[in-house]
Design a protein around this ligand. Structure first.
Ligand SMILES: NC(=O)c1ccc[n+]([C@@H]2O[C@H](COP(=O)([O-])OP(=O)(O)OC[C@H]3O[C@@H](n4cnc5c(N)ncnc54)[C@H](O)[C@@H]3O)[C@@H](O)[C@H]2O)c1
Length: 327
């Protein structure tokens, strides 16, 4: 089978590409070719099948068409302008997050072979804030442009599924921690920073109070969910293609406890608290917990413990992050 990863040069896209390259197969079927697509052509990965690396704009229908060649059975649509960046630049967010998704829809439709499309939506497509425990049929009332663009993308892909153009599964990802590399433009960047920076020996300021809770998941769980979404029987989903996967609700204080358990008190003491109104106003609208009953029933894997999640970053990404940042 042929697979395409749009946003294949990003955090989750690179991890997914590495995982597929290692497995050599998806759902028990050999991968014949993988295309990685991002603004700049992503670095290739060593794989037992050909890997095409293309640069282009996901909002450019011709570029997306080239990234989704005939015979493509699975498309992971991860390309996006993330939360704070989409809030700061409305036009860019609309272009990439909305018109990009439309271009993906059209390219998949043009194949005429109903490819599976895994779309990374977000917890930010919901409102409700700290008090919310979002039920499976909770309404998406986003409190930011990024969340609105994700919710629109979900609806478009759901309707395209109903029309038989493609076969979508939209994963409303929790905030994925621990993100390797540098702080990024997601409003939730602090969620990873409070663990990653101290593990690098660096101090960091958390922009929200310790009791602030976030709906999180690990990169390892996100990968399991991607593979499951790509291979599951979608008939039981019916017309409802949005999945709230089983993340974990965790306060910053709990994250720091896990950090201390793995790396000691000195690491925890590298985190200070300096309130940032701009960041707080974005993340405060995001719900901190979901029921996620349907996703569990559909076979989406549970999270590891917070301690295991911190340990996983140490095992998987700490050395590479150190090298990348010259530390
Ligand atoms: N990481 C998280 O915590 C999280 C949480 C919820 C949802 N998501 C979603 O998951 C997906 C992947 O997230 P990530 O953390 O890997 O983000 P990321 O920013 O690391 O990766 C996104 C990629 O999209 C690319 N991109 C941006 N504009 C583009 C354009 N015009 N054309 C082509 N490519 C473009 C970027 O260059 C980047 O490599 C995104 O859709 C994001 O919205 C992520």
């Amino acid at each position: 089978m042929k697979i395409t990863i749009l946003g294949g040069g990003g955090f989750l896209g690179r991890k997914l590409a590495a995982r597929l390259a290692k497995d050599g197969a998806l759902g028990g079927r050999a991968i014949a070719e993988m295309t990685l697509f991002d603004l700049a052509a992503p670095a290739t990965v060593a794989a037992p099948f050909p890997v095409r690396c293309l640069g282009g704009d996901v909002a450019d229908p011709a570029a997306v068409g080239a990234a989704i060649p005939p015979g493509t059975e699975v498309v992971f649509h991860l390309a996006a302008v993330v939360s704070a960046a989409a809030e700061a630049d409305f036009d860019l967010g609309m272009k990439v997050n909305l018109h990009g998704t439309l271009a993906v829809l059209q390219a998949c439709r043009a194949l005429g072979t109903r490819p599976r499309v895994i779309f990374t939506s977000s917890v930010a497509s919901f409102g409700g804030g700290q008090e919310a425990v979002v039920p499976d049929d909770g309404r998406q009332v986003p409190t930011n442009s990024y969340g609105a663009q994700k919710a629109i993308g979900e609806l478009l892909l759901q309707d395209a599924t109903r029309k038989g153009f493609l076969d979508a599964v939209s994963l409303r990802l929790p905030t994925v921690m621990v993100r390797p590399g540098r702080p990024n433009k997601a409003a939730s960047s602090f969620v990873s920073a409070v663990v990653r920076e101290p593990l690098l020996g660096l101090a960091t300021d958390c922009p929200v109070p310790p009791e602030f809770a976030v709906w999180i998941c690990s990169p390892r769980s996100a990968m399991e969910w991607f593979l499951h979404a790509a291979t599951m029987d979608t008939a039981p989903l019916g017309i409802d293609r949005g999945i709230n996967p089983p993340g974990r609700s965790a306060t910053v204080a709990k994250m720091l406890e896990a950090l201390e358990a793995v790396a000691g008190r000195a690491a925890r003491e590298k985190v200070g608290f300096v309130f940032d109104r701009e960041v707080f106003d974005i993340v405060d609208g995001w719900p901190a917990a979901f029921a996620a009953t349907r996703a569990r029933r559909l076979g989406f894997a549970e999270q590891e413990s917070l301690e295991d999640l911190v340990q996983a970053f140490v095992e998987d990404d700490l050395a590479a992050t150190r090298a990348e940042r010259g530390l």
